[in-house]
Each structure stands twice: as structure tokens, then as C-alpha cells.
Design a protein around this ligand. Structure first.
Ligand code: UD1
Length: 399
């Protein structure tokens, strides 16, 4: 029996692991049935999958797919709501590491995850994306000679000031299987000398989730909740330290949003980091009433907001891809993107961090100057199935 542990830690991980879990369930016979109590999330005994392990004839293709949540994100609205909406089972292991400095958070995940690895002896660990939990769990696994698969490998911003870039480069360097979402990733891995036999261009698991949940997304009533008309409001998300940790920069963001809110309503679901900074810099009273600040929003409602808005303004990675898939205009307030296909093929405009320039670019889009995009290659809802098939073949071939 193959034992596989997939890791989730932060909000952008959940929608990437959900389709993998579904693909394992579809192809395999049994998945997690651990009972673990640790951290802040008491995990009850539970079982998912189609059969009880005791009924299983242990064929080589039998897979025990387990989920480990590091607890990097822990708020109900940053974590649990995604498990519920994406129909993920409760995690088999919850490490409860919480927030901290980069070193502290990464180290805590490593220490706790190593214990799980020693106890469970998996054949493979799957990590997704580029958050601190991604590198921490890969590193703990490879040091125990456990194979690692990195989903969303090869993306590069070439900006080492982004903690995610460091996480991406290091995770790719030590992983055994590299699953790539766009061609630039294949090129980046090739030019960094990675053996081509490890690299698989499979498409985008996050887009698998989006496609799978579109019928439910279309039933969302979030627009009514905030009295929004389709294609007549802007959606804003900002949480990168470079945009929101500096008082002057955050003030400029607010000035830009106030100006734009004279033209359109703005919905701004706010990351805990950004909310805390707005409060600590005393900027709350500066925002116009036409800027609706909300708590972080669940997956289905959030994608409904993206799908129906006139323009997204963001510094997120994933939202650049989701807006491209949905054909929605996106202004990315960063100097670089590790997802160039969204600019070259999709509807993303990489605008930099000059907020005056961003305001002008937004006004141009609102006046009708829109980019026509296409859906990138292999973003077809089947990435997770491709990944699971490759992994099973490779792991079984290795015996
Ligand atoms: C992390 C990822 C980033 C991703 C983002 C999505 C890293 C290096 N960064 O950034 O790539 O785009 O998640 O949200 O891994 N906090 C809460 N409640 C929570 C989680 C966080 O209040 O559930 C607050 C805490 O004050 C914490 C801060 O947010 O210190 C930052 O959280 P952290 O996980 O360190 O990084 P993010 O900024 O969320």
C-alpha cells in the first residue's frame, strides 16, 4: 500500500489539495483514517474514502492519502471555511504551529512534521504552492529520505525579497517530482539544471477547483449581501508585506482606493495582516464609505466576487490565475509576477507599485480599454488527475 501525505498550511493551499484528494479517492481504494489530537484543532476519529481499511485487499495500487494541516493559517475564515466548502475531510494531522517570524514558523512546522513522518513513514509527501509550510515540510521529508512532489513547481518572480520566491526555489531544488502549471515553469526548471525526467507540465490544480465548483459559485448570493451589480464594482485584495507593512505605502493605497471609489463601489475583503496594519497606523477613518471592508471571504463567495466584478486589483498570486481563467481584468500591484502566462495570454496587467500609475491604469480599464485574454494551456480541470496518475505509476515502478 502506498502511503501519501499531502500538506496544507495557508489559505492558498486548500483549493490545490482538494482536487488531489478527490483524484486519489476516485482512483484509489482507501484514504485517511487517523485519529490524532494535537495543536488547537481537536481531530476526532474519522474516515473518508469508499471502504474501510479492514475490508481492503491490499493491492499494490491501494493508496492511503492523508492530509496534514500545519496550522500556519488558523482563523475560521482563513482555514476551516475552505475545508467545509471544498469538501475536504478533517485533516489527519493538525500541527497547530500558528503565526511567527519566518524562521520561527518554518522551524516549528519542521519539528512537528518530522514527528508525523517518523510515525507514519509515508512513501511520498505532496506539497503545494510557495508558503512557509511548503518548504518546511519538503525539507523535513527529504532529510528522512522520503520522496517529495511539488505541485505548482517552477514558477519564478526572480525577486528574492519575496519570501515565497525563496520557498519556491528551495522546494524545487529538493523535490523528486515537479508538477508545473505553465510553460514558463518548465523553462525555469530546465535553465536551473533540473533533470527533465522529474518535470511534468500538468496544468493547474487551483483551476481544477474553480471549474469543479463553478455551479456552486454561480449560486452564491454574495452580490446581494453587499448590494452589488454584476460588472459594476471593483474587487480589491492586498496583503503583501511590501504593500501593506509600510505606513506610507498603505496610505497611498487608501488614497488610490478612495479616488476609484468615486467611480465604482469597491469590495475589499481584508487579510488579517492588512487589517491589523490599517488599525495600528490609525488609517481606518480615511477610507471612503464606498469602499466596503469585509472580513476574509469563503472560497465560493470570493470566486463569485471575482467572476462578476469589472476589475480586480490585487497583489495575490492565485487571483491573477483565477481572474485569467474567468476572463476578468486584473491589475497586479507588484513589480514582477511568477505567473507570466496570466499577462502574456490572460487578462492580467502587471502594473508595479506606483499607486498613482495603478489608479490611471484602473481608470483606463473602467473607460473600456480591456484586454482580451485566453485560457492558458491545460487549465482544463484535469491537472490533479494527471498528477495522481503519474505519481501512482512512478511510485509503483519504484516498488
Ligand atoms: C501567507 C503566505 C503567502 C500567501 C498568504 C495567503 C508565506 C511566506 N506567505 O502569507 O504567500 O499569499 O499566506 O494568505 O507563507 N494571521 C491571522 N490569522 C490567520 C493567519 C494569519 O491573524 O489565520 C495573521 C497573523 O498576524 C500573522 C499574519 O497574518 O502573523 C501573517 O500570516 P502568515 O501565515 O505568516 O503569512 P501571510 O501574510 O498570511
Amino acid at each position: 500500500m502506498l502511503r501519501i501525505i499531502s500538506v496544507v498550511g495557508a489559505r492558498p493551499n486548500f483549493m490545490k489539495v482538494a482536487p488531489l484528494h478527490k483524484a486519489f479517492e476516485k482512483l484509489s481504494v482507501v484514504s485517511g483514517q487517523r485519529s490524532v489530537e494535537s495543536g488547537k484543532w481537536k481531530v476526532e476519529s474519522y474516515k473518508v474514502g469508499v471502504e474501510n481499511e479492514s475490508n481492503i485487499n491490499h493491492q499494490p495500487s491501494t493508496i492511503n492519502h492523508l492530509i496534514c494541516h500545519t496550522g500556519q493559517h488558523y482563523d475560521e475564515k482563513m482555514s476551516k471555511v475552505f475545508f467545509d466548502e471544498l469538501e475536504l475531510p478533517k485533516p489527519d494531522f493538525y500541527l497547530g504551529v500558528g503565526s511567527g517570524s519566518h524562521a520561527e514558523q518554518t522551524a516549528k512546522v519542521m519539528i512537528e512534521f518530522e514527528k508525523i513522518l517518523i510515525q507514519e513513514k509515508p512513501d511520498l509527501v505532496i506539497v503545494v504552492g510557495d508558503v512557509n509550510s511548503t518548504i518546511a515540510c519538503s525539507l523535513a521529508a527529504v532529510k528522512l529520505n522520503i520522496k517529495v512532489a511539488h505541485v505548482e513547481a517552477g514558477l519564478r518572480s526572480f525577486d528574492n525579497k519575496m519570501p515565497e520566491e525563496i520557498n519556491r526555489v528551495l522546494t524545487d531544488t529538493i523535490s523528486d517530482f515537479l508538477f508545473v502549471t505553465e510553460k514558463s515553469g518548465v523553462d525555469n526548471l530546465r535553465s536551473s539544471g533540473v533533470s527533465t525526467g522529474k518535470v511534468f507540465f500538468v496544468g493547474n490544480c487551483m483551476i481544477d477547483s474553480l471549474i469543479h465548483y463553478l455551479p456552486k459559485i454561480d449560486k452564491s448570493t454574495i452580490l446581494e449581501t453587499y448590494s452589488l451589480q454584476p460588472t459594476a464594482y471593483l474587487l480589491v485584495t492586498l496583503h503583501r508585506p511590501s504593500n501593506v507593512d509600510d505606513e506610507q505605502s498603505l496610505k497611498k493605497v487608501i488614497v488610490m482606493l478612495n479616488h476609484l471609489s468615486e467611480k465604482r463601489k469597491i469590495v475589499f475583503p481584508i487579510h488579517p495582516r492588512t487589517r491589523a496594519n490599517i488599525k495600528s497606523f490609525g488609517l481606518e477613518s480615511l477610507l471612503n464609505a464606498n469602499v466596503i471592508l469585509t472580513d476574509p471571504i469563503g472560497y465560493l463567495d470570493f470566486i463569485s466576487l471575482v467572476k462578476n466584478c469589472e476589475l480586480v486589483i490585487t497583489d495575490s498570486g492565485g487571483i491573477q490565475e483565477e481572474s485569467t481563467y474567468l476572463g476578468v481584468q486584473c491589475l497586479t500591484l507588484r513589480d514582477n509576477t511568477e505567473r507570466p502566462v496570466t499577462v502574456e495570454v490572460g487578462t492580467n496587467h502587471l502594473i508595479g507599485t506606483d499607486f498613482k500609475k495603478a489608479e490611471l491604469a484602473a481608470l483606463e480599464i473602467l473607460s473600456g480599454k480591456k484586454k482580451i485574454g485566453k485560457i492558458p494551456e491545460l487549465w482544463d480541470g484535469k491537472a490533479a488527475e494527471r498528477i495522481v496518475k503519474i505519481l501512482i505509476e512512478k511510485l509503483e515502478a519504484d516498488g
